[in-house]
Structures are given as C-alpha cells and as structure tokens.
Design a protein around this ligand. Structure first.
Ligand SMILES: Nc1ncnc2c1ncn2[C@@H]1O[C@H](COP(=O)(O)OP(=O)(O)OP(=O)(O)O)[C@@H](O)[C@H]1O
Length: 237
C-alpha cells in the first residue's frame, strides 16, 4: 500500500452496545502508513470507533473494509489489564511475537531482537524482569505499547497510549510511533490531547457518536469545531 491510499474504509457504520447506539452513521477512510488521531469529548465514542476498526465491535449496519494486508495490533489502556498477572515486562512484550510464532514454538533470534528493540524504544529495559503488577501505571502503559510495537502489525491501534504519562514517556511513545509509521504501519490513536491530535496526519473528531470532523488536523480542530464539540472555548495548539 502506498501512502495516502486508504488502509481501511468505514461506510455508514452504526454500532450499539445492547440497545444503546454509540456510533451513528460513520463514514471515513484511514490513510495508509499515516497517523490518524481520534479526538472528541468524554463519551463521544472514540474507544467504540477504535473497537469498530479493530473488529471487536461489529457494525449493526454499514461496513468496515480493510484494504491493506497484515495483522492488527491493539494496545488497550493499562487500567484494563489485570495488575495481578504474574508476568514480567519482558514476557509481556514477548507475547507480542506469539502471533508470529505461536506460543508453543521457540522464539527465533529475530523475535528476541525485536523484543529487545521494543524494550529499548520505550526505555523499559531496566525494568524488563519486574512483574507487571509491581509497576507504576505509566511504566505498565509503556510495556503495553512495547507489546503492540513488537507485533510488527500492518495496523496499530492505540487507546490513549499516553494518558497519565510524563513528558519523557510521551516523547518516547511519539518517537516510537514515528519509527513504526516510517516502516509503513498505519497507526490509529485515540487521544484527549488536542496537541497530539494536532500533530497527527489525519484527524477524526467525534461528538455524541457522530463524526463531526474528518481531515487534516488544522482543518478539523478549529476553535469553532472544538468549541462546539466540547461546549467551551479550548486553545488548539
Ligand atoms: N460496554 C459498554 N456497554 C454499554 N455502553 C457502553 C459500553 N462502552 C461504552 N459505552 C457507552 O458508549 C458511549 C461511548 O463510549 P466510548 O468509551 O466509546 O467513548 P469515549 O469517547 O472513548 O469516552 P472517554 O473519552 O470517556 O474514554 C458512552 O455513552 C458509554 O457510556
């Protein structure tokens, strides 16, 4: 897939949790090998849209069509991962290679190299032998992002990967995502941070389950659209 072709097309998609409609007629294209940010206020449907793209939340009508091949990696928020899992950081990142090897097969040298690179990229090599449950929320989040990167997927989906992280960790994640974009991965990132959304290649703005903006961030995140979506005046960087 060449850049600027669509990696994924969503056509008039509606989605429900039980009787509750959470996505209302979404039509959008995600550009291949580009970073798409999904922005919007609390409850707008950002995570639901990511779940729709991931195939976790099936559309009740409309369609989602993947145009480029390869695996899908999904990085959830660290708060959704059990802290009592008796698993180290290195093992967590290594799980990212299972789809390639099957967990009954031995990891190759290349798998170990990729795991090492991902630990380095997120600056968590020094805590590689710690149990996930003993980490801070930010450290755990970095381990999950490293696991997502280790999958070397064609489509990488992240739900607020830098929520609650300090500046250093945010910078590491941004750098790691840029490297993976340059390698040809399509990245979709939910964010509450308008500065992050403003630096993306493409932005989808949601409000009340509807897509109210779709395009380059500068044209989507205008003071008027942000004010309308959040119901207040917010500075857009
Ligand atoms: N499993 C679920 N069952 C029922 N309703 C749900 C479920 N998950 C989310 N919702 C509802 O769907 C709507 C959209 O939720 P979603 O989590 O997609 O929004 P969001 O934009 O990601 O919110 P936030 O910024 O608060 O994380 C909300 O009204 C929420 O209450």
């Amino acid at each position: 897939m060449t850049p600027d072709t669509a990696a994924l097309e969503i056509d008039r998609a509606h989605a429900h949790y039980g009787p509750r409609e959470v996505l209302r007629g979404i039509t959008a294209e995600l550009p291949s090998a580009r970073l798409t940010a999904i922005a919007g206020p609390n409850g707008a449907g950002k995570s639901s849209l990511l779940n729709l793209v991931a195939g976790v939340l099936p559309p009740t009508s409309g369609s989602v069509t993947r145009r480029d091949p390869g695996r899908v990696a999904y990085v959830t928020q660290q708060s959704e991962v059990s802290q009592s899992l008796p698993i180290t950081v290195r093992a967590t990142v290594t799980m990212g290679r299972w789809a390639h090897r099957g967990h009954w097969r031995r990891l190759s040298k290349m798998d170990r190299k990729i795991v090492g690179e991902c630990l380095e990229r997120l600056d968590i090599m020094s805590i590689a032998d710690r149990l996930i449950g003993t980490l801070s929320g930010g450290q755990r989040q970095r381990a999950l992002v490293a696991q997502g990167l280790a999958q070397r997927a064609g489509l990488l989906l992240l739900d607020e990967p830098s929520a609650g992280l300090d500046l250093h960790a945010r910078g590491l994640i941004d750098e790691a995502l840029h490297t993976t974009l340059a390698e040809g991965t399509t990245v979709v990132r939910v964010t509450h941070d308008l500065e992050v959304a403003g630096r993306a290649d493409h932005c989808l703005l949601l409000q009340d389950g509807r897509l109210v903006g779709d395009g380059p961030p500068a044209s989507v995140l205008t003071p008027e659209s942000v004010s309308a979506a959040w119901g207040l005046r917010t500075r857009v960087y």
